[in-house]
Design a protein around this ligand. Structure first.
Ligand SMILES: [Zn+2]
Ligand SMILES: [Zn+2]
Length: 250
């Protein structure tokens, strides 16, 4: 580099110049015309500043996209809030896009709208989303209209899957046993036996299968009854199956 003074460099419109004399640190390199600062010193200071900032960033858990990629992270924090004011949910695979809950919802809506637009452009009917309540109501209606079919299906299923039903049956029996094992007098046990004998009589008389039912179910959804005489009633088998383990606690 040609040796010139700072004033000459300013005159010539140069951004750097070399006046041939060393800086305070002894570098004989160029200097900036605007500030008169040594180029080598400036470079060193810049590096120091960058390193300091980088270590500060690292210490606070803030990362750059490239660093997060290198570390194989799914999410990282770039130290900046998203428009919802959330930190640390930047997705690495989406180039640092925020995936905090509100941002994610927004993103999903955009995708949905785009898909809908595409369907409309193709002339397809728009998809109407069925709510949980609607789908439940639909199922309940179907069940009400197809009770017999459903019962038959369940009967067949139980017959075909005896092995799978066994654990439930034994659990039920165990509980039933436990519920009888409260101190019952001989009188009560006799009463229970009599209910079963009466049931057999009814079957003989009517020719229709009858069950001994627990008025309050042993394994009810909301209540558990006892295997005691005053909780027994004779019901046609069909009716008993429909009753299942439901008990209205009103
Ligand atoms: Zn210097
Ligand atoms: Zn966000």
């Amino acid at each position: 580099m040609e040796i010139i003074t700072r004033a000459e460099a300013t005159e010539q419109g140069l951004s750097v110049y070399n006046n041939g004399s060393p800086c305070v640190h002894g570098h004989v390199a160029g200097r900036y015309t605007a500030s008169g600062r040594c180029l080598v010193c400036n470079k060193q200071k810049l590096k120091e500043y960058r390193d300091k900032k980088k270590s500060e960033r690292r210490a606070s858990g803030v990362l750059r996209l490239k660093e997060a990629e290198a570390m194989g992270l799914e999410f990282y924090d770039n130290g900046k809030p998203c428009k919802h004011g959330n930190y640390g949910k930047r997705k690495t695979s989406s180039k640092g896009k925020c995936y905090c809950p509100p941002c994610y919802e927004e993103h999903k809506k955009i995708c949905r709208d785009a898909a809908m637009k595409k369907r409309r452009a193709l002339g397809h009917k728009p998809i109407r989303r069925v709510t949980k309540e609607e789908s439940k109501a639909r199922y309940d209606k179907w069940v009400a209209n197809n009770r017999e079919r459903l019962n038959e299906y369940q009967r067949n299923w139980r017959k075909a899957n005896r092995e799978r039903m066994r654990p439930y049956q034994s659990a039920y029996n165990a509980i039933r046993w436990k519920r009888t094992s409260i101190p019952l007098s001989k009188l009560h046990l006799d009463a229970i036996v009599r209910v079963y004998e009466k049931r057999d009589e009814v079957i003989r008389a009517t020719g229709i299968d009858h069950h001994v039912d627990h008025i309050v179910p042993l394994l009810g959804k909301n209540v558990c009854g006892l295997h005691v005489p005053w909780n027994l009633q004779i019901l046609p088998a069909k009716e008993n199956r429909q009753k299942s383990n439901k008990y209205d606690t009103v």
